[in-house]
Design a protein around this ligand. Structure first.
Ligand code: GLV
Ligand code: MN
Ligand code: MN
Ligand code: MN
Length: 428
């Protein structure tokens, strides 16, 4: 039997904004840098503390908690029919160096509050509802973004690549996981994979990380697609030497090769013909890193994205050609050109776009359809489940910096749209 919409909660339900703000503030204290900046890196002590905080809140919400081998955390509210695929929602709580306290967090704490809202309203889900806290959406420690959701989507190559993956301190992925209490081996990674019919829907609530909603005075964005990200690690090697004694014609400076490649990235991106193509060189490291030593090694990391996968791939190809020709011209060795990820874009499911739109309308919240230029765990959840995302405005579009801010009014609106969407999808 199909319950009628009479069994849906009334859209007048209220969000406990005071508690939610306190939780956001408390979570932000689990950080390796002073406020207002937040740094919370995968499997660090602060990450472990933040994880137990989330589990405590899940327990308080009456959810049954499961944790997989890499520390994706699941809190489930059993529906009336547990034989049906569940409806899931969630995001991440790891934070890149010197970022803010809303990226990801709004989609985890906000999801828990959406569950609490539904519970307080007396709603009974038919499909189970599940809140997911994903492990390491950010690539900070191991260079791999959306580590938890990529594995859930069953990407075997990642499971294999993790065998040889180390962080900047040469700590292996498995040792880092072990230090955080996740004692796993390569075989356990397969248990993280999730079957395609496990979830009937996945929805992520997130700050926009761009300025559009604020500029247009809209409280809700309904995401139709997520842009395609790629990242590349490059290394050049030269002879190095004394900064005074080696004359310019005798040098092959690995640092200058990196600098030239960074400028080439910008050039190829600007030449794509579209404003939607972006490229960033956020990491350049020089060895030995002394003012009076010619860099003998350089390491650079490149992030490029587009809503058009082909155009993005074209940039990757051109960056490769530039790396080869710069190495040749400067007589350095291109010792690494490693494409870490080159992901296709993802589309939201029509059915979920519809459910989110109806929810926003019931709540009298104006909204627009938009794309996500940032990536999210939703990019990978879309491979195993119909996916949708709800955006809320954030101050000036700031993100990945300490000035990141979203008002509690906007967060509460997002929580309500999420709650109503989850409720609707759980009775479908
Ligand atoms: C995720 O944080 C991204 O870089 O889009
Ligand atoms: Mn982020
Ligand atoms: Mn995020
Ligand atoms: Mn992100």
């Amino acid at each position: 039997t199909h319950p009628t919409s009479a069994s849906l909660p009334s859209p007048s339900f209220s969000v406990d904004t005071e508690t939610l703000q306190n939780q956001i503030d408390e979570l932000a204290t689990f950080s390796d840098v002073p406020a207002p900046a937040v740094t919370r890196v995968l499997y660090s002590d602060k990450d472990v503390l933040a994880r137990s905080y989330i589990k405590k809140l899940m327990e308080k919400a009456g959810l049954s908690i499961r944790e997989d081998a890499v520390g994706n955390i699941f809190g489930r509210w059993n529906g009336k029919d547990t034989s049906l695929a569940a409806v899931a929602t969630g995001s991440h709580i790891d934070a890149i160096p010197f970022s803010g306290k809303y990226d990801g967090v709004v989609g985890v704490l906000g999801a828990l509050e959406a569950i609490n809202v539904l519970k307080r309203s007396g709603f009974q889900p038919r499909r189970s509802l599940e809140v997911i806290m994903f492990t390491s959406e950010e690539p900070t420690r191991f260079g791999i973004s959306c580590l938890g959701s990529r594995l859930m989507a069953g990407i075997e190559e990642l499971a294999d690549a993790l065998k040889g993956t180390v962080d900047g301190q040469n700590i292996s992925f498995f040792d880092a996981a072990k230090s955080a209490g996740y004692n796993l081996n390569h075989e356990d990674l397969k248990n993280v994979f999730v079957k395609k019919d496990h979830y009937s829907a996945f929805i992520e609530l997130h700050i926009e990380q761009g300025p559009i909603l604020e500029e247009e005075g809209l409280p809700i964005g309904i995401v139709t697609a997520i842009a395609a990200p790629a990242s590349i690690k490059v290394e050049f090697e030269g002879n190095g030497g004394h900064a005074g004694a080696v004359l310019m014609p005798a040098r092959n400076d690995a640092g200058l090769a990196a600098a030239e490649l960074a400028l080439a990235v910008e050039k190829h991106v600007l030449e794509s013909g579209s404003i939607d193509t972006v490229g960033t060189v956020g990491i350049i490291e020089l060895h030995p890193g002394a003012i009076n030593s010619i860099p003998s090694k350089s390491h650079i990391e490149i992030d490029t994205r587009d809503i058009d996968e082909k155009r993005r791939n074209n940039v990757v190809e051109k960056v490769h050609q530039s790396a080869v020709s710069i190495a040749e011209k400067r007589r350095v060795r291109l010792s690494k050109f490693q494409i870490i990820n080159q992901d296709p874009p993802a589309l939201s499911a029509e059915s979920i776009i519809r459910a989110m739109t109806i929810a926003a309308e019931k709540l009298n919240l104006s909204h627009k359809l938009m794309i996500s230029r940032a990536y999210h765990d939703s990019l990978f959840m879309a491979r195993i489940s119909p996916m949708g995302m709800i955006f809320i405005p954030c101050n000036k579009g700031y993100s990945h910096k300490p000035e990141e801010y979203a008002s509690m009014e906007d967060i509460a609106n997002g929580v309500k749209v999420l709650a109503l969407t989850l409720a609707k999808l759980s009775v479908d």
